[in-house]
Ligand binder design. Structure first.
Ligand code: ADP
Ligand code: MG
Length: 310
């Protein structure tokens, strides 16, 4: 026979357990969200179903909802990161349905948005740029207006002039291109931002292999192209006539919008394109490329402080 004390203890513990269970039950059922759920579904539920569903409701209370317990998506505390529960009635049971939490929805949207933009030799940070971040300053008023018009009116195959953004170093030209790309991505339009000097360097290196043609073909055909920092490259007749000239010619004929950013205005760019590294002076060839640029884009000057020094 068990000593009497043991049996007594057991009884006490059992009682304790029962009391604790009752307390847990009360605390679960008095949770405001659970109460609302039970109230809304009172016609479908009976007491047994509520009792059977206690653990589900406990899990529901425990998990973060609408990101209320998580400082960020990375540190989401839920069982499945980025998913939060909702109480539902399934047949004769109370159950949980996990759905994407607000932060996860936002993150997925951001990723989808990013998938519309390709950065070639441009830092990915540029994808953080948005039109709403661009302060409306005197020096960029015209540029902002034209960009808004473009984004609003653009649709595939529509013949539209893009912009040639020029202005001194650090005024935010590249940032602007990023913001345009993002605004277009919201309309599910694909664009590519390409840093011209590096692109040309790479092309030169891949001259002999298959990737050369692939790169050119891609850049020729992307729905919206943004050539960043044109004029910062060193000029050779090959890059001017065979690469740039060919790409721009194709895009002009196919009505494919092409944005540019440059430290140089049209006149300065023409001068830059006239003189090759080898000392040749080729005014006619430079003029031909300039004609293509002018037919593709409206020049807009951007002024303002150098944002790199802020
Ligand atoms: P540019 O291409 O004209 O030389 P950038 O676009 O590279 O200039 O801008 C210079 C720096 O200022 C970058 O670090 C960029 O992220 C930042 N910047 C530019 N415009 C803005 C803006 N509107 N809001 C916040 N940061 C900006
Ligand atoms: Mg730049």
């Amino acid at each position: 026979m068990k000593p009497i004390n043991d049996s007594l203890n057991q009884l006490v513990n059992k009682k304790d357990f029962k009391a604790r269970l009752e307390a847990l039950r009360n605390s679960i059922l008095s949770n405001p969200e659970v109460k609302t759920f039970l109230q809304e579904h009172r016609h479908e539920l009976d007491e047994q179903m509520v009792d059977r569903g206690l653990m589900k409701m406990h899990e529901f209370i425990d998990q973060s909802k609408c990101c209320d317990k998580c400082p960020s998506l990375q540190s989401c505390v839920n069982m499945v990161k980025g998913y939060h529960p909702q109480l539902v009635v399934k047949g004769r049971n109370i159950d949980l349905q996990y759905e994407r939490c607000p932060r996860k929805v936002q993150e997925d949207e951001r990723k989808e948005q990013e998938s519309f933009i390709q950065c070639m030799y441009v830092p990915k940070e540029i994808l953080q740029a948005t039109m709403s971040d661009i302060e409306i300053e005197q020096g960029r008023f015209e540029a902002i207006k034209l960009v808004r018009d473009f984004v609003r009116e653009y649709e595939p195959n529509k013949k539209m002039k893009a912009l040639y953004l020029h202005g001194s170093f650090g005024v935010g030209k590249t940032y602007f291109l990023g913001a345009i790309a993002n605004a277009l991505a919201e309309k599910k339009v694909k664009s590519t931002i390409l840093y011209v000097p590096e692109f040309l360097r790479e092309l030169k290196g891949s001259f002999q292999d298959q990737s050369f043609n692939e790169k050119i073909e891609y850049v020729k055909k992307v729905p919206v192209l943004m050539l960043d920092d044109l004029g910062a490259e060193s000029v050779t007749s090959w890059m001017r006539d065979d690469v740039l000239g060919t790409i721009l010619q194709f895009r002009m004929l196919e009505n494919l919008p092409t944005f540019f950013s440059s430290n140089l205005n049209f006149k300065e760019l023409q001068h830059h394109l006239t003189y090759t590294q080898r000392g040749e002076q080729e005014e006619l060839k430079a003029a031909r490329v300039m004609e293509r640029i002018k037919s593709l884009a409206i020049p807009v000057e951007m002024n303002g402080e150098n944002k790199r020094n802020r």
